[in-house]
Structures are given as C-alpha cells and as structure tokens.
Design a protein around this ligand. Structure first.
Ligand code: UVW
Length: 332
C-alpha cells in the first residue's frame, strides 16, 4: 500500500544522518566501513571464487526504453589494422591521413596500436548513484545546497568524493527470488518489505551487520538477459526498507534492477518521485547500486549456503559526477 506524505516526512526525520559524521561529511553511510570492517571483509575470500557483478557496457543494454538515457556508443579512434586496408583501398587523401595523422609508421611497420572511446550516460549500465543524484526541497545530503550541482558538475557529494573509501566491505546477498521460490524474477506489484528482508536473512542463516553492503537479488537482470526488454516492470524494495537499511547501519545497497526500489506506485509514496532514493541518498547518505548482475553469485550462494563475501566495488573517480559505472567483484 502506498504511503502518505506524512509517513514519508516522519521516516525522513527518523533516518536523516545529517551532521552524524560532521558538517563537512560527503560520504554518508560509507563511514560505517571502518578499517576493521575492511579487514573482516578480506577474510571472507576463502575459496578463491571470483564473481564479476558488472553487466556489459554495450549497444544491447537496457537503455533507450525511457528515452532519457542511451546505451553506450563505442567507437574506435585508432585502428592499427586500418593502415593496411586504407593503404590498399583508401583514396589518396585518406592514405595520407593514416600515414601522417594517425601514425606515420603504421604503413611500413608491424608494431601498431588500437585506441577507442565510449560515449555514454554514467547511469547506462552497472552503476553507483552518488549522493548528489537526487534531492528534494533544494537540499542534498547533509544539507548541502542542491544548486551546488551545476552544469560543471557536482561541487558537493559527487562520486569523486567517495574515492577514498574503496569501496570495499563485507557483502551480503539477500536472495528474494529464491526465498519466494520465484521462477525467474519478482513479478511487478510484489514489493519487498522490511520484514521480508529479515525473513530472507534468517532463512539464509546470515546476519546483516554495521558497514555491510547489501545486495538484493530480484531476478530482473536475468529476465532482461532473456527478453532484452529494458522497459519491463519488475519489483524491488518497498520505500519503507529505507528504515531497515538505517536500523541495520547498512553502508550501501545494490540490486539487479533499474532502481533498487519498486517502481510500482503502490510501493511508493503518494505525491513523491523515487521516495526510497530520496530517503537513502538525500537523507541517509546511502548509495544505491543498480543493474548489478547477481545471477551467478546467487546460484553459488544457494549451492554452498554462504551468503557473505568480500565485495570490492570502486566507482570511477569522475570529478563532479552524480554517478559512476562500476564492475563490482564479489570474492568468496
Ligand atoms: C532515475 O531513474 C532517475 O534514477 P536511477 O537510475 O537511480 O534509478
């Protein structure tokens, strides 16, 4: 059932971490990741199993469906192989360009290189949302003014601010798909509640502790991999899970879907947009990871019954960016 604005404001007041780590803090709940936590996390790499959780950054990604984001465009800027082809087939001016502009020695030299570039939304595929990604009433996390995010980028709470945290900690997978016995993914309109998160953890025999990064398996990415439909609705966390994340002192949360939270209005708050984003990023200072592929990791956790691991998920330090691509790695 959708919440009211009154419910939302009450919860915002309860979970707001502004000032908790000082007036200048820009990393929020990543402060829960202490040096001791990093050491504990490293000790969870016991079997030498590595799970890359990042999805492909390619033209077949999930973007395009909602118009305001596109899939990555990858182009070659130097292709050593072009030398032979262009010298053989190209017009005179192009041969000269290859020989002169690209690299004069390509034409007669077997030692060559290739270069490329990518044009993409930083939110196109596996990503971290920086604390400056969303706001309401003109305030970012910790009370920083929303207009500090300018056309030159975010002067406060940009993704570059979290660079020093790694990000590495104990990761815990909560496999809601398996808990529900769902075939592939959580059907739309069936949001995950705080009580269900507790029940999943209990059923897996794992405890969520201060400083953990919690990964929620909704199965959406597996479904997308089969259908290619980036607009397909799925489910995710009910907005009230913000209070659960706060109470458990979770450092960050990630999922295998578009927005971690359930997009269905019945799982949100009347009159708001992305209520869990607002509570997590703006009030708590808790980062969200989206489009992480949790398929192989969840299968392995189900097989060996171990739902904790070392998680290493550093964002790119794109100065002033409100998010970053990431290729997180879970190690067991
Ligand atoms: C929006 O959809 C605006 O954000 P996100 O990618 O974080 O879900």
């Amino acid at each position: 059932m959708a919440g009211t604005m009154h419910d939302f404001r009450k919860m915002a007041d309860e979970v707001r971490n502004w000032g908790r780590w000082g007036a200048a803090d820009e990393v929020g709940t990543l402060n829960f990741i202490t040096p001791e936590k990093v050491v504990e996390a490293a000790g969870l790499a016991r079997q030498g199993k590595v799970f890359p959780l990042g999805v492909d950054f390619g033209s077949n990604g999930p973007q395009g469906a909602f118009k305001f984001r596109n899939n990555p465009v990858h182009v070659m800027t130097v292709d050593g192989g072009d030398a032979d082809t262009l010298v053989r087939y190209g017009p005179e001016w192009l041969r000269n360009a290859v020989a002169h502009d690209v690299s004069a020695f390509f034409a007669d030299n077997p030692f060559r290189f290739n270069d490329d570039m990518v044009v993409m939304n930083l939110q196109a595929a596996s990503q971290w949302d920086a604390l400056s990604h969303v706001y309401y009433e003109d305030k970012l996390y910790n009370g920083f003014p929303a207009d500090s995010v300018t056309s030159f980028g975010a002067y406060h709470c940009g993704i570059d601010k979290v660079d020093g945290k790694g990000i590495t900690s104990r990761g815990v997978l909560l496999d809601v798909v398996r808990f529900r016995g769902a075939e592939v993914f959580l059907e739309p309109g069936s949001p995950v509640t705080p009580d269900e998160l507790d029940a999943v953890a209990r059923s897996q025999g794992v405890q969520v502790r201060s400083g953990d990064v919690v990964l929620v398996h909704t199965g959406w990415w597996t479904r997308f991999s089969a259908t290619g439909d980036g607009a397909e609705a799925g489910s995710g966390l009910d907005w009230r899970c913000a209070a659960w994340l706060h109470a458990n002192e979770v450092a960050a949360v990630a999922a295998d879907n578009l927005m971690v939270e359930d997009p269905d209005p019945s799982a949100g708050v009347e009159g708001t947009f992305l209520p869990m984003h607002m509570l997590c990023l703006r009030d708590m200072g808790l980062m969200l990871g989206e489009y992480w592929d949790l398929g192989a990791l969840s299968a392995d956790c189900a097989a060996d019954g171990i739902y904790e691991f070392q998680l290493i998920a550093p964002p790119l330090s794109v100065v002033g960016a409100v998010g970053s691509p990431v290729n997180p790695i879970a190690i067991k």
